[in-house]
Design a protein around this ligand. Structure first.
Ligand SMILES: [Zn+2]
Ligand SMILES: [Zn+2]
Ligand SMILES: [Zn+2]
Length: 249
């Protein structure tokens, strides 16, 4: 999965013209704001002068500061995770495995049947794998679609430290790649990515929280750049629509 968070952050930040009604405090230095300012994806405002030095959470895209997120952590692979996301982040294989099972159950109930014995989940930091394809530099997860011949499994790799919603949306995306491959469905690589991103969106739509709404917005941004964007005539594809859409091809 390609997930270029720097690109997404740039698009989700907005510059606001100062209106007399919304003079507020900067969320980075606590000073008053007297001129045009920036706003992150969550509506947190800060002085224009911080734009170059501001750091954003790799998961929620909030500007990381003591005021907003109570700081954050650099993970061993240099991803910055804010303290809010860190509270629900998935760092152990047992916790990850429980969520994998939930996702497989959910997909299977909706026509995307995947045998759990075919899936091997790996939790990693970015520097622990050496990817040849530089396109994956901003990934959150990926799958080796060639089944491991010795164990006859598909290996899914998910980054350690993702908040639970992002973990599940990423796992479901990777499971969709496996289902497509296992069923010998041949799709243009970009179209396949489109479907997998719709699956992630479907998962986020079950969480009624701002984090998931912002992630859905970032997926929409990705989808709008996809060359198959025009083939999808409505915005809200749920899981049954996606399976139907694939079957109609
Ligand atoms: Zn993908
Ligand atoms: Zn400031
Ligand atoms: Zn965060």
């Amino acid at each position: 999965m390609k997930n270029n968070s720097k690109y997404i952050v740039t698009y989700l930040i907005s510059i606001s013209i100062l209106l007399s009604s919304d003079i507020g405090k900067c969320n980075i230095c606590y000073g008053d704001i007297y001129e045009d300012y920036f706003k992150d994806a969550w509506g947190n405002i800060y002085h224009k002068e911080h734009q170059k030095s501001a750091k954003f959470c790799d998961s929620c895209y909030r500007v990381v500061s003591v005021a907003i997120t109570n700081g954050g952590y650099y993970l061993p692979d240099n991803r910055l995770i804010c303290n809010l996301c860190y509270q629900s982040s998935i760092n152990t294989i047992n916790y990850a495995q429980v969520n994998l099972v939930t996702m497989i159950d959910y997909l299977s109930k909706n026509g995307i049947n995947i045998d759990i014995n075919l899936v091997k989940l790996n939790l990693i930091y970015k520097h622990e794998v050496n990817l040849v394809d530089k396109n994956h530099i901003d990934y959150k997860g990926f799958t080796y679609i060639n089944q491991d011949e010795k164990n006859n499994v598909f290996n899914i790799f998910i980054l350690k430290g993702l908040p639970i919603q992002e973990f599940n949306a990423t796992v479901a995306h990777e499971l969709m790649h496996i289902w497509i491959s296992k069923n010998n469905i041949v799709l243009d690589i970009e179209l396949e990515e489109y479907y997998c991103n719709l699956i992630s969106k479907d998962i986020y739509s079950y969480y009624d929280d701002d984090f998931s709404r912002i992630k859905m917005k970032s997926i929409d941004l990705h989808l709008s750049k996809n060359k198959f964007y025009n083939q999808f005539n409505k915005q809200k594809y749920l899981i049954n629509d996606i399976v139907e859409h694939i079957n109609e091809r």
